[in-house]
Design a protein. Structure first.
Length: 276
């Protein structure tokens, strides 16, 4: 089946639109994560969201909504423990990462009857994305775009040198907690794309690839969005062609793109040195 044949199906159209909006949100917030070196923070929040999913399944409420609340609280907890309680950041991440996973598994197995399937949350299945999911991703992408257009300088000052930002009378604490909240929201609303297990890669691999081309923050965001969406398109098509899970193949494609670009730049650098 060709790519344009797949476009005739509503579920594939929804998957492509969801991929585009998730690529925008992950491109923006993922660039901030990579620049500020918060990769493991994002991993901790991602896995902590399992606690919210378990609670949601147990009490019969929307697991994504429950995961959103749990992830935001976990993000604030990591920031609070590391900045106010003199707990090392990696220790705070490990604590909340493990706590969230433990709570999630406990509530899932406490649910009466058969334990619900959580494979879509763990590994993602973008082909099941709903119109409501697309709307939420669209709102998040729009809000992030507006915020980074209006407050890019303030965010970067806080990210790179919080002491300097304080001398400029910027609300450093508010900015840090706001960005942690947006990291949590982006993570939870993108879970359907590639799942908890692989989501950290979607927030970092396209940005790493973009960083090979440029170190400019705004250009990195734009390239991350393009690379992320390209990887989603290729991954979606190949997953349908080979009948493998879409989330897994999207991440596999993103990593292959990174490796190809990385090798190309290394070879180009060697050629320059050889000519010199």
């Amino acid at each position: 089946m060709g790519f344009f044949d797949l476009l005739s199906y509503d579920f594939f159209q929804n998957a492509l639109l969801g991929s585009l909006l998730a690529s925008i949100a992950c491109g923006i917030i993922g660039t901030y994560i990579v620049v500020r070196r918060l990769v493991f923070v994002s991993g901790g929040i991602t896995h902590a969201s399992m606690g919210g999913i378990g609670i949601g399944l147990y009490y019969g409420i929307n697991p994504i909504f429950a995961a959103m609340i749990f992830s935001i609280l976990s993000a604030f907890g990591i920031e609070w423990l590391s900045s106010k309680q003199e707990v090392r950041e990696d220790s705070a991440i490990a604590t909340l990462w493990s706590l969230g996973m433990a709570i999630g598994i406990i509530f899932i197995y406490m649910k009466p009857g058969y334990a619900p399937s959580i494979s879509d949350y763990l590994f993602g299945n973008i082909l099941t994305i709903t119109t409501k999911d697309i709307i939420y991703l669209g709102i998040l992408s729009l809000v992030l775009t507006i915020i980074f257009i209006l407050f890019r300088r303030e965010i970067l000052y806080t990210a790179f040198d919080s002491d300097f930002a304080k001398t400029r009378n910027l609300p450093v604490t508010f900015i840090k907690y706001s960005m942690m909240m947006f990291i949590a929201l982006t993570i939870v609303l993108s879970i359907r794309l590639v799942g908890i297990v692989l989501l950290m890669s979607l927030l970092t691999v396209p940005q790493m690839t973009a960083n090979l081309f440029t170190a400019n923050f705004s250009k990195m965001i734009g390239l991350s969005i393009l690379i992320g969406f390209l990887g989603c398109i290729i991954g979606l098509y190949l997953s349908a062609l080979l009948d493998v899970p879409s989330g897994v193949f999207i991440i596999f494609t993103q990593i292959i793109i990174f490796l190809i670009v990385r090798v190309y730049f290394r070879l180009a650098q060697k050629r320059k040195l050889h000519k010199a």
